[in-house]
Design a protein around this ligand. Structure first.
Ligand code: GLP
Length: 258
């Protein structure tokens, strides 16, 4: 795993945007795995600005979102479908986008179809991920099978509380979700994880330097051959080897810088 520590959230988002730009330049028909939450907002703003400046073209790309709340239609303002339209797709259209349908009648069938659609698209080239404060990725809460595929999950009380800020009251946060599984995420060719703020420092340390365990789903990314973690200094605060990660980054050979 490559760990890149930047001064603040702005710099994290810029570095991540450069990775997206490079990916789309190398492969305009890329399959992108997209995430929601507050973490990707700065990145999405930059991608939109880059597209407006003619520096990035996502018009031939396909996207798959990680997750969606169960029982929220795409018209609900807190659905991830509404989030994606508002923050990305209405400004930066991709050729085809996919988001799990929280209103699907037959959830297991829908999940199997979502997996089949990812496979039919050729698999995910670049998967963006945020990090839950309990170390979850997508909505794969602690204890999720490390081999799991897209399926229904029940949120922890902690995640409900964390995400309640987006809803009128905690009671309105759906308890269940549809999420890509950890196995689905691990199939992506490149995983890009972003995190900022003190609130994520413990999860970042457990993900990077702790044991690989289902209790910290993000720790499984230690097994991924191409994973980039970009964090700010506050989120890096509990890393024991932060100086080494900075040293590696500063001494990167020119050909690896892209
Ligand atoms: C939710 C999402 C995750 C996201 C996490 C962190 O649980 N399903 O994909 O990474 O929240 O949220 P935030 O970026 O707002 O801190």
């Amino acid at each position: 795993m490559e760990v890149i520590i930047k001064r603040d959230a702005e710099e994290v988002s810029s570095e991540a945007a450069a990775i997206f730009r490079r990916q789309l330049k190398q492969k305009p028909q890329s399959v992108l795995g997209l995430a929601t939450g507050s973490t990707p907002l700065g990145l999405y703003k930059r991608l939109v600005a880059m597209a407006r400046a003619g520096e990035l073209d996502a018009s031939r790309a396909t996207s798959f979102n990680l997750d969606e709340y169960l029982g929220l239609p795409g018209t609900h303002p807190q659905s991830y479908a509404a989030y994606m339209r508002e923050h990305l797709f209405q400004h930066l259209p991709v050729a085809r986008w996919h988001i799990p349908d929280g209103m699907a009648q037959d959830i297991p069938k829908h999940c199997a179809e979502y997996e089949a659609d990812i496979r039919a698209a050729g698999g995910i080239d670049l998967q963006l991920l945020g990090l839950g404060s309990d170390g979850h990725i997508g909505f794969n809460e602690p204890g999720s099978s490390l081999g799991s595929r897209t399926r229904l999950k029940t949120l922890t009380a902690q995640t409900v509380a964390d995400n309640a800020r987006h809803f009128a009251s905690p009671a309105e946060v759906p308890r269940q979700v549809v999420t890509m599984g950890i196995g689905t995420i691990l199939d992506a060719r490149h995983c890009l994880v972003l995190a900022f703020g003190e609130r994520k420092a413990q999860a970042v340390a457990a993900m990077v330097e702790g044991p690989v365990t289902a209790m910290v789903p993000a720790s499984v990314l230690q097994m991924h051959p191409v994973c980039t973690l970009i964090i700010d200094e506050a989120a890096a605060a509990q890393l024991q080897r932060r100086e080494y990660y900075q040293w590696v980054y500063e001494n990167k050979p020119a050909w690896q810088r892209g």
